[in-house]
Design a binder for this molecule. Sequence first.
Ligand SMILES: NC(=O)c1ccc[n+]([C@@H]2O[C@H](COP(=O)([O-])OP(=O)(O)OC[C@H]3O[C@@H](n4cnc5c(N)ncnc54)[C@H](O)[C@@H]3O)[C@@H](O)[C@H]2O)c1
Length: 238
Amino acid sequence: MAADRLAGRRAIVTGAGSGIGAAVAARLRADGARLFTADVKGAVDFTADLAGAGANAELVARARAAMGGLDTLVPCAGISAFHPLEGHDDGYFLRVLEVNLVAVFRLVRDAVADLKAAGNGRIVTIGSTTSSYGDDGLCAYAASKHAVLGFTRAVAAELGPFGVTANCVQPGAIATPMTAPAFAEMPQYRSFWENKASLRRLGQPEDIADVVAFLVSDDARFMSGHGVWVDGGAMARH
Ligand SMILES: NC(=O)c1ccc[n+]([C@@H]2O[C@H](COP(=O)([O-])OP(=O)(O)OC[C@H]3O[C@@H](n4cnc5c(N)ncnc54)[C@H](O)[C@@H]3O)[C@@H](O)[C@H]2O)c1
C-alpha cells in the first residue's frame, strides 16, 4: 500500500503489544500514520491495564500531547478464555466486560472532543464473529463482543454529524497468542475453524490489519456503522 495513504492521521492503537494490535500498528505506520500505542505489556508507548479507572483518560492525554492531536482510535486490547456457564464466576465475567467493552467505551468517550474537532475522525473497534453468533464456553466473550458492535453502531450514529466514522471489524479465527493455547490444547478446535472458513485456513493478524487500514483511510469515508466479518468466509458457511 502507498506509504502516504494515512499521512496526517494520528492514531491510538491499544493491544499493540501482541497479535492483531501489533499488526494493526505496523500496518498503519507503514501507511504513514503517526501512532501512540498502548498495552499492559510489550514494547508500546503507554503501558497500563486499560480496564483500570482513569487509564484511558491518561492514554488520550498522553497521545494528544505526543502527536499534537488525535483523530483515529483502534482499540484492539482484549481477553478471552473458555468458561462453561455452570460455575462461571462473577469476577471473570465482569473482567471480560471491563476489558473488551468498558475500556473501549472509556477510550472513545475520553477522545470524543478530539475526534469531533478533527472533522474526519475514525474509530475501528475489534469485535468478533461472536459479535453476531454465540460459541460454547464463551458467554462472557460473546456478550462483550455483541456489545462492542452495538456500541460502535451507536457511536457511528451520534458522531456521524461531526464527520466521524465508526466501524467494527469482526475477525474469525486468527492465529495469535490469544488463540494459540486453545488450538494447542484442542487440535479439533483448530481444525474446526480451518475447515469452517471458506478459504480453508486460519486468519493471520495481517488479514485483519489490512482491513483496519482500509477503514481508517479516505477510501472508506462513506462507510460507517458496519460490522465487517473478516473471517475467510467462515460465517458464509454457517
Ligand atoms: N485471535 C482471534 O481469533 C480473534 C478473533 C476475534 C476477535 N479477536 C479480538 O482481537 C483483539 C486482539 O486479540 P489477539 O488475538 O491479537 O490477542 P492477543 O492476546 O495476541 O492480543 C491482545 C492484547 O491485548 C492486551 N490486553 C489485554 N488486556 C489488556 C488490558 N486490560 N489492558 C491493556 N492491554 C490489554 C494484551 O496484553 C495483548 O497484547 C481482541 O479484542 C480479540 O478479542 C481475536
